[in-house]
Design a protein around this ligand. Structure first.
Ligand code: XMP
Length: 507
């Protein structure tokens, strides 16, 4: 076990991720953890994260000096490096100018930099710097503005770097963390996603005991992986509620039911409220009103189901690390739902304790975990799908007929992307049904039918995106098939707008 002691740095989970990538188990703990608590964990290595404070600042985070004499190797990063220097009698000073961004660095001989080019690029983000290293330390890297960009005391296994080895801009930075773990801490790196499952299962069992747990399952990647993991820990004490609002993709509701009920043998309640949602949406055309109605109705249905089940103690949330807004709260302990949490439409006034087993993971790690848990690739690599579903992809008023047309067109589009090998390369692709009818000719007959829009975007987070360039031949096949196979459609258009200025969805 490696402890990552968090001083409020923005990259705390990125450090944890690098440790996991080196196949070493780690836990992120707040700097307020006492020396007794740290000793009780019996760590084989300790990493201090960066943080926004200055070691001289009032109320600046500190550590008990004893931590440096436990015989456990310590790697300090940025603020963590300065704190090590300051605590052990070195001198930390304020630089005249902030050093920020990619910076040229010269590495000297050190076990940390084994296998790396000596003259290299690193990522700096600091104002304070180590002016004098504590006794027993030697400087092992420097930049133009920073004479002690790294220091070490090999006798005591204490290491510190001013820059951020965890970010990608530090060339081969991951090797520094690896060298620390493997060569200094002597950790072999045998930890895997399989071990993550074992640890989480134990943690969930310890926390939940034999109490009842509820999960709102959407069939999306995060909630599915969270549910299967919790189910592995507590079995039938988990009940999943799947609200089928009728705004899902083709056969999606049946798939979700088949996967979770038949494959994973989970307690799944599918609430079929398709008509209820459609009648609420009747006559409504404004996108935000549609969202509001769907969101509120979802909460109402969920509440009703939850009430029927009697007292439930915990609620599973598929929160993943990028959703975690607060920093400095590395402890994955339970907290009571707050309104700003990523609750995906769960009532704010029901007081569940929450279980968030994916809180530390990045999206690609969640996917790996899901595959490890035996969830199919098809579900794991599914494109993101908005909560209001087809409700915002049928432009204007939502009707059963329009949803059906759109489902058929979208299914053909996805099939063709998959058979062209493009699906996984695309961040998100879908068909939309604008509220537009156009004239066409089929055989000898004039037609007057719906227009279908197809959209595909490349993105890494959905915040910005480029329109994806689907090859013409594939577009041609998609268009031909949709017009030939979907009744009431006679024209297909391709959306070539990036975000910004467009959004990914049309509404
Ligand atoms: P936009 O359209 O804002 O979409 O560029 C960015 C990402 O968010 C998804 N999206 C939503 N997800 N509820 C959701 O849960 C919504 O109301 C909603 N609107 C957009 C969209 O699919 C894309 O992945």
């Amino acid at each position: 076990l490696v402890l990552v002691v968090d001083f409020g740095g923005q990259y705390n989970q990125l450090i944890a991720r690098r440790v996991r990538e080196a196949n070493v188990y780690c836990e992120v703990v707040p700097y307020t953890y006492s020396i007794e608590q740290i000793k009780a964990k019996n760590p084989k290595g300790i990493i201090f994260t960066g943080g926004p404070s200055s070691v001289y600042g009032e109320g600046a985070p500190r550590v008990d000096k004893e931590i440096f004499s436990l015989g456990v190797p310590v790697l300090g990063i940025c603020y963590g490096a300065q704190l090590m220097a300051h605590t052990l009698g070195g001198k930390v000073a304020k630089a005249e100018k902030r050093e920020y961004g990619k910076t040229r660095i010269e590495y000297k001989d050190s076990v940390l930099f084994e296998g790396m080019d000596k003259s290299n690029l690193c990522w700096m983000s600091h104002t304070d710097y180590i002016e004098t290293a504590p006794e027993g330390f030697e400087a092992v890297a420097s930049t133009e503005d920073c004479p002690i960009a790294a220091m070490q005391n090999t006798a005591k296994n204490l290491y510190a770097v001013q820059f951020h080895p965890e970010v990608e801009h530090t060339v081969d930075g991951y090797m520094i963390i690896r060298n620390f773990l493997h060569a200094v801490c002597k950790l072999e790196g045998t930890w895997t996603m399989g071990s993550f499952i074992d640890e989480k299962v134990k943690e969930i069992k310890d926390k939940v005991g034999d109490k009842k747990v509820l999960c709102a399952l959407s069939g999306g990647v995060d909630s599915s992986v969270a549910a299967v993991l919790v189910h592995r820990a507590i079995g039938d004490n988990l009940t999943c509620v799947f609200v089928d609002h009728g705004l899902l993709r083709k056969d999606e509701g049946d798939h979700v039911e088949a996967i979770f009920r038949e494959e994973f043998h989970m307690n799944l309640i599918r609430v079929n409220v398709q008509e209820r949602f459609l009648s609420k949406l009747k006559g409504v055309t404004e996108p935000e009103s549609k969202r509001k109605i769907i969101g509120e109705e979802f909460i109402r249905v969920f509440e009703e189901e939850s009430n029927k089940l009697g007292k439930m103690d915990f609620l599973v949330q598929g929160t993943i690390y990028p959703d975690v807004i607060e920093s400095g709260s590395g402890d994955s302990g339970a907290s009571v739902i707050k309104s700003h949490h990523n609750v995906g439409g769960i009532p704010e006034d029901i007081e569940f304790e929450i279980v968030e087993p994916l809180r530390e993971l990045f999206k690609d790690e969640v996917r790996r975990l899901g595959l490890e848990l035996g969830i199919s690739e098809e579900l794991i690599f599914r494109h993101p799908f908005p909560g209001p579903g087809l409700g915002i992809r049928v432009i204007g008023e939502v009707t059963q007929e329009k949803c059906d047309i759109l489902r058929e067109a979208d299914a053909i589009y996805m099939q063709e992307l998959k058979s062209a090998g493009l699906y996984k390369e695309i961040w998100q692709a879908f068909a939309v049904l604008p509220d537009v009818m156009t004239v066409g000719v089929m055989g000898d007959e004039r037609t007057y039918a719906h227009l279908v829009g197809i959209r595909a975007v490349a993105s890494s987070d959905g915040m910005t995106s480029d329109w994806y360039k689907i090859p013409y031949e594939v577009l041609e096949r998609i268009s031909t098939r949709i017009v030939n196979e979907v009744d009431h459609v006679n024209r297909v258009v391709y959306d070539i707008t990036s975000k910004p200025p467009g959004t990914i969805e049309w509404e």
